[in-house]
Write a protein that binds this ligand. Structure first.
Ligand code: ADP
Ligand code: ASP
Ligand code: MG
Length: 450
C-alpha cells in the first residue's frame, strides 16, 4: 500500500483527443502518488450513445456507431504500435455495431450497457497513452468488478459496504506495483449487469473509489481552472475560489454547479478526504481546495443555478388543523422514488420543487399514476420551465441585513418560492427559466463583484 494515495479523475474534455490525453498523462506522470485514475468517456461520446439509444431505426443507429468508431480509431492510430490497444478497441466497436443491428427492444438494462461503451473505450485508450508517455506500468481495470450498485438502471445507487470489500479484494493488490486506470460513471448490480450512476457521474465514481481506498486526496481535473464564484459561462467577473468547505461545496453542487456531480462530496465528507479541482488544460494555474474547515467564512461565497425545475403545489382543506397530511404526501412521493429539493408550506397548501431533468431518468417520476394518486386526496398544480438559484455561503440563516440586497437584486422578478432558514449555507429561490441568468448576474454583481 503506497504512503500517500491520490485518486485523480479526468472528465470528458480532458479526454477529448490524443493531445488532451497526453496532457493528462503529463499530470499523472509528474506525481507518483496519483495511483488510481478515473476517466470519463471522450468528449461528446455519451451524448452520441444517448442518441443511439433514442434511435429506433437500425441504419441510423449504425451510422452513430460508425461515428464513434471513426473518432476512437483516429485517436487509437496516433498511439505507438508498441502500446496500441487496437485489438480491444476494435472488439468494443464491433460489439457496439452488433447491438445497433440486433436490438429490437430497448430496455433500461440495455441502455446502461450501451452507455458504458464510452468509458470502456476511453479507459483503454488512456491506459495506452499513459504507458506510452510516462513509461508507467499502467493497467486498465474494469470498475464493474468493484463498483457494486443496486439495479436502478440509469441512476443506480452504490452499495458502499460491497464497494469497500470488493476494492480491498480486487483493486488494492494492484496498487503496490501498478498505476490503475478505470472507468467513471459505470458499475454493476449483484447479477453482474452493467449500471450507470447518472449523467456526470464520474466525479461520484472517483469519490466512491477514494472512499473505498481511504485515499488522502481526490483530484477532479476538468476544463476550468477552479471552482468559480458562479458558472463562468453565465457571468463575467467570476472569481476563482481558492478554498471552500465540504458543506459549501456540497450545496454548490446540489444546487447546480456542474463542475461537481451533486453526490461527489458525500463520500469525501464521510471519510474526510480533501478534494482538489483543477484544469487539465492549464494544470499549473491554482485550483480550488475543498476542505473540512476553511480559513475564511464569507457570508456569500458563490451563486449557483439549477435549471429544469418543476414546481408542484398541492392544496387540501384536510390540512386545516389536522395532522398526517404531510406524512401522506411525502410517503407517496417516496414510494415513487421522487426526490424533493425545496419545500414550503402554508396552512392549506404545500409547494415543492422537483428536477424535471430528462437526463436522469431514474429521478423523473411525475407520471400520470402519481398524479392520479395525488389528486385522490388533494388539488394539484404543476408549473414547469423554472430554475432554482442558490446563494451559497456561511451563517446565511443568522446574518442580518441580507434580505435587503437580495430583494433589491430581484426587483421586477417574479419569485415563485423562497427557502431561507433551513440551512446555514444557502438561501434559495425559484424563478422562471427565462429570467434565471439575469438574476444570477445581478446577484453576482451585488454580492461578489462589488
Ligand atoms: P467534466 O467533463 O470535466 O466533468 P463538466 O462539464 O461536467 O466537466 O464540468 C465543468 C463545467 O462546469 C465548466 O465548464 C463550467 O461551465 C461548469 N460550471 C458550473 N458552475 C461552475 C462553477 N461554479 N465553477 C466552475 N465551473 C462551473
Ligand atoms: N460520460 C458520462 C457523461 O457524459 C459521465 C461523466 O462524464 O461524468 O455523463
Ligand atoms: Mg462532469
Amino acid at each position: 500500500m503506497p504512503d500517500l494515495l491520490k485518486v485523480a479523475k479526468f472528465g470528458g474534455t480532458s479526454m477529448a483527443d490524443y493531445h488532451a490525453m497526453k496532457r493528462c498523462a503529463g499530470i499523472v506522470g509528474s506525481d507518483p502518488d496519483k495511483k488510481v485514475i478515473v476517466v470519463s468517456a471522450t468528449a461528446g461520446t455519451t451524448n452520441l450513445l444517448t442518441e443511439f439509444i433514442a434511435e429506433s431505426d437500425k441504419e441510423r443507429r449504425l451510422d452513430i456507431a460508425r461515428r464513434i468508431r471513426f473518432k476512437h480509431l483516429e485517436l487509437c492510430n496516433l498511439i505507438q504500435d508498441k502500446f496500441s490497444p487496437q485489438k480491444k478497441i476494435l472488439g468494443l466497436l464491433d460489439e457496439l455495431e452488433q447491438i445497433a443491428v440486433r436490438t429490437q427492444l430497448m430496455t433500461s438494462m440495455l441502455r446502461d450497457d450501451i452507455l458504458s461503451f464510452g468509458e470502456r473505450l476511453s479507459s483503454e485508450l488512456f491506459t495506452a497513452v499513459l504507458s506510452e508517455q510516462t513509461g508507467k506500468d499502467a493497467h486498465c481495470f474494469d470498475v464493474r468488478e468493484i463498483m457494486r450498485t443496486d439495479n436502478n438502471f440509469g441512476s443506480a445507487e452504490p452499495v458502499i459496504e460491497d464497494i469497500a470489500r470488493l476494492t480491498e479484494e480486487k483493486l488494492l493488490p494492484f496498487l503496490d506495483h501498478k498505476c490503475i486506470v478505470t472507468q467513471g460513471f459505470i458499475g454493476s448490480d449483484s447479477h453482474g449487469f452493467t449500471t450507470t450512476l447518472g449523467r456526470g457521474g464520474s466525479d461520484y465514481s472517483a469519490a466512491l473509489l477514494a472512499e473505498a481506498l481511504d485515499a488522502d486526496v481526490l483530484e477532479i481535473w476538468t476544463d476550468v481552472t477552479a471552482i468559480y464564484t458562479t458558472d463562468p459561462r453565465i457571468a463575467e467577473g467570476v472569481k476563482p475560489i481558492t478554498e471552500i468547505s465540504f458543506d459549501e461545496a456540497a450545496e454548490l453542487s446540489v444546487f447546480g454547479a456542474k463542475v461537481l456531480h451533486p453526490a461527489t462530496m458525500v463520500p469525501a465528507i464521510r471519510k474526510n478526504i480533501r478534494v482538489y479541482v483543477g484544469s487539465s488544460i492549464e494544470p499549473d494555474k491554482p485550483g480550488t481546495w475543498i476542505v473540512k474547515e476553511t480559513k475564511d467564512h464569507p457570508v456569500i461565497r458563490a451563486v449557483s443555478l439549477r435549471r429544469n425545475q418543476t414546481l408542484l403545489t398541492v392544496h387540501s382543506l384536510d390540512m386545516l388543523h389536522r395532522f398526517g397530511f404531510l406524512a401522506r404526501l411525502f410517503t407517496l412521493l417516496a414510494d415513487h422514488k421522487i426526490s424533493v429539493d425545496l419545500v414550503t408550506t402554508s396552512e392549506v397548501s404545500v409547494a415543492l420543487t422537483l428536477d424535471s431533468d430528462m437526463n436522469t431518468p431514474g429521478k423523473q417520476k411525475l407520471t400520470d399514476e402519481v398524479l392520479v394518486e395525488l389528486r385522490s386526496f388533494c388539488e394539484v398544480e404543476i408549473e414547469r420551465d423554472l430554475a432554482l438559484i442558490a446563494l451559497i455561503g456561511n451563517r446565511l440563516d443568522t446574518t442580518a441585513g441580507l434580505s435587503g440586497p437580495v430583494f433589491g437584486a430581484l426587483k421586477e422578478i417574479n419569485v415563485r418560492l423562497i427557502c431561507h432558514g433551513a440551512s446555514t449555507h444557502n438561501l434559495c429561490f425559484l424563478v422562471s427559466e427565462k429570467e434565471a441568468e439575469k438574476v444570477v448576474q445581478r446577484l453576482h454583481k451585488t454580492f461578489i463583484e462589488s
